[in-house]
Design a protein around this ligand. Structure first.
Ligand SMILES: [Zn+2]
Ligand SMILES: [Zn+2]
Length: 300
């Protein structure tokens, strides 16, 4: 099919990125999916972030090139991409296997790119797990569907229900949603990370989550390869409730094997943060990190 322009146009919302936006445009224009909208521009949907594709998207949808560029998951620098105005490591975002919150979709028929953030395991607003598989046909969600709100089997995602997520997963999602600048996010419990920028929060989630488990550095390294996002989020969520004692425990454990390995990251993070977050509300987090670092140096 050859589309010169798209008849019914609609500006992207702040939470939309190209895959979800194209799905919405396809839906309201009666196309058979995002690939159909772009059939003229792309040979493969996977090329969606290629520069020539972005130009074509801008032309087809009547968007300024800068807007179309912001919608795409384009790498900036070596391995970062722009996400809610932050440069985050590419590995923290994945849009290949779409996920969604059925309740959010009921409220607003928009696909939020927050669901592409891999540490988001729960809806920060509704507290439910994200939907990954259609509960009627069991198939994984796909971008290649004709309707924003329906599966290819025609089941309405808005009527599907996912189980309540764990407390940790909900709290981590809330921290992330706040760092992304979303409005109306319920305040998380535990100490306040609202001042951390998205990248620093991602660092801490990964640091806490990945290190709360294995006994030795080597084991941890191996375990990290296989540690699922859910497990990282679970551990991190627990540490955020009361991090200081557990940070010390991690440091102690680490010190038995490789005294300075990686602990430097936490300390570096602390000292960078002191300059970066010159704000009273950041004090709680920084004090706890500092006490962990101090304890390490005093005790050893
Ligand atoms: Zn939701
Ligand atoms: Zn289905």
């Amino acid at each position: 099919m050859c589309h010169q322009t798209i008849v019914v146009r609609s500006a992207p919302t702040a939470e939309e990125r190209l895959p979800g936006y194209l799905l919405r445009i396809a839906d309201i224009n009666g196309y058979s999916g995002p690939r159909d909208v772009l059939s003229n521009a792309l040979t493969k949907f996977g090329n969606i972030a290629a520069p020539h594709a972005i130009e074509e998207v801008a032309r087809l949808l009547g968007l300024p090139l800068a807007t179309a560029t912001n919608l795409a998951y384009i790498r900036s620098g070596k391995s970062n991409l722009r996400f809610f105005g932050h440069e985050v490591p590419c590995r923290r975002v994945s849009w290949v296997n779409p996920r969604l919150c059925p309740l959010c979709l009921r409220d607003q028929e928009v696909i939020s790119c927050l669901w592409d953030l891999r540490f988001i395991q729960a809806c920060p607003f509704h507290g439910c797990q994200l939907l990954r598989h259609c509960q009627t046909c069991g198939q994984p969600l796909t971008w290649h569907r004709t309707s924003l709100v329906r599966c290819r089997c025609d089941s309405d995602f808005r009527k599907q229900q996912t189980p309540r997520a764990s407390h940790s997963a909900i709290q981590v999602s809330r921290r992330l949603a706040i760092a992304c600048g979303l409005n109306g996010v319920p305040a998380p419990t535990g100490f306040d990370t609202a001042l951390l920028d998205l990248n620093d929060l991602l660092f801490l989630i990964n640091f806490f989550g990945g290190r709360a488990r294995g006994a030795s550095a080597d084991q941890e390294h191996t375990q990290r390869q296989t540690l699922g996002q859910e497990a990282i989020v679970e551990s991190a969520g627990r540490l955020f409730e009361n991090p200081a004692p557990i940070i010390i425990e991690i440091i102690d454990r680490r010190a038995e094997n490789q005294p300075n390995y990686k602990i430097g990251n936490l300390i570096k993070f602390y000292f960078n943060s002191v300059n970066k977050y010159n704000h009273p509300r950041a004090k709680d987090l920084l004090d706890q990190l500092q006490s962990a670092a101090r304890s390490y140096f005093n005790v050893r």
